[in-house]
Design a protein around this ligand. Structure first.
Ligand code: NAD
Length: 271
């Protein structure tokens, strides 16, 4: 349903890989709400081609950028403003990758070159993106920047591996940069801590099937879907949340405040 919540707003959406991606659903919904945007992803992800379908559907242009590369980010931020016709109102950082996870390297036996790469892609890229936007003065006042994160930043989920550390770093960057973006440019910066979601990145985590089912049965409202995450993101891009900043916002059906649920407890009660 369109409320024209984002009419006249311009932005950049990182991370739409395929139709399961949280960024993909967000792009569709931003379009529905009247927002215009440029889509971006790493050049290697582009080769898979699916993003073109999303671009056509939403009348958007695609600008490839490796989010760890400053030159790519500068080019992206400049071109996006040219294409969209002005400064930006929203940016979605929906990027995550760990080579240790991908290659099944245990947390206690990391390859530190891979650790550094995953940290750069999953966490520092958020700083690089914001620093580029900040230096180029590319955000409109009362604009909104959102990155996606996971609760392993606060609590132990053993198979989440080094992504847990990357997410903790990402959330800290949101607060630290959010302070400067707020005081200097009246721009808000938040992270959304999303439920486990069946996407390419999500399903790469070992034991994902058990993990997602457990979270679903533990949550008061069940897991939040990618579609619902997109809806929540829209509210943060809209003018209805102008004073929400420096927050890590749990979007998880209540999971983060649960101790135990009846459904989970029943599995441990002996007949
Ligand atoms: N799926 C889940 O269970 C879950 C839960 C909480 C948070 N998240 C977070 O949501 C975000 C989006 O992930 P998703 O679940 O939609 O999976 P996804 O695999 O669809 O998206 C991840 C994206 O990161 C992009 N990417 C990787 N390296 C990049 C680089 N160097 N430069 C630019 N882009 C790059 C990929 O191409 C891909 O589009 C990630 O930050 C992820 O950690 C996911």
């Amino acid at each position: 349903m369109s409320y024209n919540l984002l009419k006249g707003k311009r932005g950049i959406i990182f991370g739409a890989l395929d139709e399961n991606s949280i960024a993909w659903k967000t792009a569709e919904k931003v379009h529905e709400q009247g927002g215009t945007f440029v889509l971006t992803n790493a050049p290697v992800a582009m080769r898979m081609g699916a993003i073109k379908e999303l671009a056509e559907k939403t009348g958007s242009e695609i600008i490839p950028a490796d989010a760890t590369n400053i030159e790519d980010l500068e080019n992206l931020v400049e071109k996006a403003q040219e294409i969209l016709g002005g400064k930006l109102d929203f940016v979605l950082h929906s990027i995550g990758m760990s080579i240790n996870v991908r290659k099944g390297k245990h947390y206690t036996d990391q390859n530190y070159d891979w650790t550094a790469k995953g940290w750069d892609v999953s966490a520092v890229s958020f700083h690089k993106t914001m620093q580029t936007l900040y230096k180029k003065d590319a955000m409109n006042e009362w604009g909104s920047i959102v990155a996606l994160t996971y609760m392993a930043a606060q609590r132990v989920f053993p198979d989440y591996n080094d992504m847990a550390d990357n997410k903790a770093y990402l959330e800290s960057i949101a607060r630290s940069f959010g302070y400067f973006f707020g005081t200097e440019k009246k721009v808000r910066v938040n992270t959304i801590s999303q439920s486990p979601t069946p996407t390419t990145a999500g399903q790469g985590v070992k034991g994902f099937d058990g993990f997602i089912k457990y979270a679903d049965e533990m949550s008061a409202l069940g897991n939040a879907t990618a579609d619902e995450c997109a809806d929540y993101t829209l509210t943060l891009f809209s003018d209805l949340t102008k004073k929400v900043t420096l927050q890590n916002l749990f979007h998880d059906g209540g999971f983060s405040n649960m101790g135990v649920s009846q459904k989970v407890m029943e599995k441990f009660v002996e007949e």
